[in-house]
Ligand binder design. Structure first.
Ligand SMILES: Cc1ncc(COP(=O)(O)O)c(C=O)c1O
Length: 403
């Protein structure tokens, strides 16, 4: 039977990137000793008060259909948080609740892009972006954030990529996988470009609460940007709530009105008890992300300390998020080979950085959000594997660690 052309637009690198991860989960299920450093998820569990609130809501009967754009309580909580913590001038009506930030990325792409449009995307980019954006028929124009600039955007390349068919700029800050936090200067320049060329900006801020160096800035808070920015987020990372699928989009009224129509025929609202728990997380559990941030900062530093002295590896200290990029170009193996052999010989699962874009080719993305024990075990195994390549193959390269 025939499928639509959409099926080929949504298949690609994103789907293939998870091969080693899938093998690792299968091995783990069989009881094998593997360290899974391939996922953006912590060993923390959702705060008890959030779970209690969801259970309370469920028992109280919040198990029926809910308003398409989300319950007023959660929309209000998101708006209050965005205003207070990130200076975005948004009210409850400017927020719609989605099934995680991923759902919001897909919705934003559908509402802003169409066949033949061009969309600038900061690269490296989160793996699902390519399929989400290409699903619309739009053409992706990646804008490099090279390692030589510590994975911050090449603004000259961004200006050069703009053409008559450019409609939007999609970015994430902080970035997955590099952890780069876009600076005020960079966001100011992007804002100026967007205004000059009349472009939408979609800003994915799912890691906004997990920043270790510098500080997070929402581009929607800059002058003249509220009317052309869609800001996306979720509780997945900040509150260890990946499985709840509690996310949102914030934007101008016209955008939210179109969202209503799309969500009406797509999800028909999110579970009420999930929204009640999510609202409580934002209303009363904002100490949780601070605790998580400190634990992750410590783990980031520990992993960096284990790997940065290894002579044939390159480490960049991430400014935010849950991942450390590890350059393996001086190991004598490609990143794909390193990734596969690391799993097969040492039982450590990571993701090949090439899946996120050309700027991270030759790297592996390691999650430092795993437990302390697993982190140490995984880090030591990676070090052991890299050092065995040095002695086994006689490769000797200068230490390139840039930090
Ligand atoms: C940059 C980025 N955006 C969106 C998502 C999806 O998040 P959610 O669980 O809220 O759908 C992720 C998940 O890892 C991510 O890294």
């Amino acid at each position: 039977m025939r499928f639509s052309k959409l099926t080929s637009r949504i298949a690609g690198r994103g789907a293939a990137a998870w091969d080693v991860h899938a093998r690792a989960l299968a091995a783990q299920a069989k009881g094998e000793d593997v360290v899974v450093m391939s996922l953006g998820e912590t060993d923390f569990t959702t705060p008890d008060a959030v779970i209690d609130e969801a259970v309370r809501a469920m028992r109280a009967g919040d198990t029926l259909y809910t308003p398409i754009r989300g319950q007023a309580r959660l929309r209000r909580a998101v708006a209050n948080w965005a205003r207070t913590n990130h200076g975005i001038a948004v009210k409850e009506d400017g927020v719609a609740i989605t099934a995680g930030c991923q759902n919001a990325v897909f919705i934003a792409a559908q509402l802003l892009l169409e066949k033949g449009d061009e969309v600038l995307v900061l690269e490296p980019m989160y793996v699902t972006y390519e399929a989400s954006l290409r699903a619309t028929g739009a053409i992706l124009k990646p804008v490099a954030c090279p390692a030589s600039q510590r994975f911050h955007p090449d603004m000259a390349a961004m200006r050069a990529a703009i053409g008559p068919r450019t409609r939007a700029i999609f970015l994430a800050t902080p970035v997955n996988p590099s952890g780069a936090v876009l600076t005020r200067e960079e966001l100011g320049e992007i804002a100026e470009i967007a205004q000059k060329h009349d472009l939408w900006v979609v800003s994915d801020e799912v890691y906004a609460e997990l920043v270790y160096e510098g500080s997070h800035l929402s581009i929607a808070s800059l002058k003249g940007m509220a009317e052309r920015t869609v800001t996306l987020g979720s509780l997945s990372k900040s509150h260890a709530m990946t499985g709840w699928r509690a996310g949102w989009a914030m934007g101008p009224d016209s955008f939210i009105a179109h969202m209503f129509n799309l969500m009406l025929c797509m999800t028909y609202g999110q579970p009420g008890f999930v929204q009640q728990g999510a609202a409580l997380a934002l209303e009363r559990e904002m100490e949780f992300p601070a605790k998580l941030r400190e634990a992750l900062r410590r783990r980031r530093d520990k992993l960096f300390a284990i790997l940065s002295p290894v002579p044939n590896l390159t480490c960049w200290l991430p400014e935010a998020g849950m991942f450390l990029l590890l350059g393996v170009e001086n190991s004598g193996l490609t990143s794909q080979e390193f990734n596969r052999r690391l799993f097969e010989e040492e039982g450590v699962a990571t993701v090949d950085g090439g899946a996120f874009g050309a700027s991270t080719a030759g790297t592996l993305r390691l999650s430092f959000a795993v437990s302390d024990d697993q982190l140490e075990k995984g880090g030591e195994r990676i070090r052991h594997f890299a050092e065995s390549l040095l002695s086994g193959e006689g490769v000797s390269c200068p230490h390139l660690a840039s930090n």
